[in-house]
Design a protein. Structure first.
Length: 264
């Protein structure tokens, strides 16, 4: 089965070479697709150099930073069009242990539609401060309740899919361009009714490079958009601006002026 792991990158020059070498060691049969948003630190160029040495690595260079969700959509579509049977995703900063990737892929190859690395099942954990753990736990709990999600860890970006599942949820039609992309895809997965297995992981906070997540902005955006989706789920007859605006755009318009780029 052709397997591709999609890894969006922006300013990951401190991590990308080591990550690519680790993936080549633990999963040499897996093709790696880097989607780089023209990182000023040369992440894309480093990835190209390692690709020339190791093989099995493709690098997509985008014109600029257009958002995490947009990078995933680009990468997923590219992998689907290339004929991949299993498509995985992970972060580039070693928050996700490369050693776990074969487990997720293996669960899908064994018959699951989706396998996710979860912090919120027995055996899972997050190497965070108390405040960050509470914040993440609240966000996941709110999303699960509002959207009736089947996944306990709705915000995890460590996943593997059977390729047809991404077509089934219309991955090209997703709208979130920041970290909320993970919740939107979890919502769609729950809506279409697929078999999801959660594998316990320990999420490790990055040790190199800088996080691109604006915590307060992410909190506001998450609450607004999840509330929108939850209302639309429960009240399909909604009219007016709330109902007429595509998912995500209403909340987006409330927290940033028109024309401001998404920095997710």
């Amino acid at each position: 089965m052709k397997t591709v792991v999609v890894i969006p990158t922006y300013q990951e020059g401190d991590n990308i070479e080591r990550l690519l070498r680790e993936l080549h060691r633990v999963a040499p049969e897996v093709s790696v697709l880097i989607v780089d948003d023209n990182s000023p630190d040369g992440t894309g160029r480093v990835a190209e150099r390692v690709a020339a040495e190791l093989g099995g690595i493709e690098v997509i260079h985008r014109a600029g930073k257009a958002g995490l969700g947009a990078a995933y959509r680009h990468g997923f579509r590219h992998a689907l069009d290339s004929g991949a049977d299993v498509i995985a995703q992970m972060d580039a900063d070693f928050s996700h242990d490369p050693e776990v990737l074969p487990q997720l892929i293996g669960r899908v190859r064994d018959g699951a539609d989706v396998a996710v690395g979860s912090r919120y099942v027995p055996g899972g954990a997050a190497d965070w401060t108390w405040f960050r753990r509470q914040l993440s736990g609240w966000g996941n709990g709110y999303a699960r309740a509002m959207l009736r999600l089947k996944m306990r860890d709705a915000t995890t970006a460590f996943r593997a899919y059977r390729a047809p599942v991404l077509e089934k949820i219309d991955i090209d039609g997703t709208t979130a361009n920041g970290y909320l992309f993970q919740i939107e895809t979890a919502f769609r997965l729950s809506d279409v009714g697929v078999d999801i297995v959660e594998v316990p992981i320990t999420f490790i906070d990055r040790v190199a490079g800088a996080s691109k997540m604006a915590v307060v902005r992410t909190m506001v955006e998450t609450e607004l958009r999840v509330t929108w989706w939850g209302l639309a789920l429960r009240l399909p007859g909604l009219t007016g601006r709330l109902r007429a605006t595509p998912p995500g755009r209403y909340a987006e318009s409330l927290i940033r002026p028109t024309g401001t780029p998404d920095r997710g």
